[in-house]
Design a protein around this ligand. Structure first.
Ligand code: SME
Length: 158
């Protein structure tokens, strides 16, 4: 199946989850589960929440291997750099990135998309893959649209 068809189906699935009455953390957990289970090369999917006034990210709901990186300073690793610039950061080969925090030796690539509530930076969607260079513009657009959809659910963490 075309990636674009998968992504448009998943957008609808996430929208359904968002429409259900559930605690915010549950919505993010379900969204992470959908992405992790339905996109073959999304091997770790999670949310980092911006700690207000701290220049620090705190790990929120995620699906995949446990990670020691439960708190990340802005500027540190892929996630911290994306927090500093507030821009999507795609790394197609993590071995080529010096400022990288490894969660698992199996991870080969990573994409981090910032989440905004209005103009306020609230955190990030983080996706790790065991494949080299699997991400293209459609992943970026897909994750950006989910970031908009999910932004309100970051509020309860901060
Ligand atoms: N690799 C990330 C750390 C978070 S883990 O991928 C879950 C980084 O370099 O910021």
């Amino acid at each position: 199946m075309e990636k674009s068809a998968i992504f448009s189906r998943l957008k609808k699935e996430v929208k359904k989850t968002v429409g259900k009455y559930a605690p915010d953390s549950r919505v993010l957990e379900e969204a992470a589960g959908i992405l992790h289970d339905e996109v073959e090369y999304y091997d770790w999917v999670g949310f980092y929440i911006a700690e207000p006034g701290e220049d620090e990210l705190v790990l929120g709901p995620f699906v995949g291997e446990e990670t020691e990186h439960t708190r990340i300073d802005y500027g540190e690793g892929i996630c911290g750099q994306a927090a500093e610039t507030e821009e999507t950061f795609t790394v197609q080969n993590v071995d080529e990135e010096e400022n990288y925090l490894s969660c698992s030796p199996e991870v080969k690539s990573e994409i981090v998309v910032p989440v905004f509530d209005g103009s306020e930076f609230r955190g990030e969607i983080d996706v790790d893959s065991h494949e080299l260079a699997p991400f293209d513009r459609s992943d970026k657009e897909f994750l950006k649209s989910l970031a908009e959809e999910l932004a309100p659910f970051f509020r309860s963490f901060s």
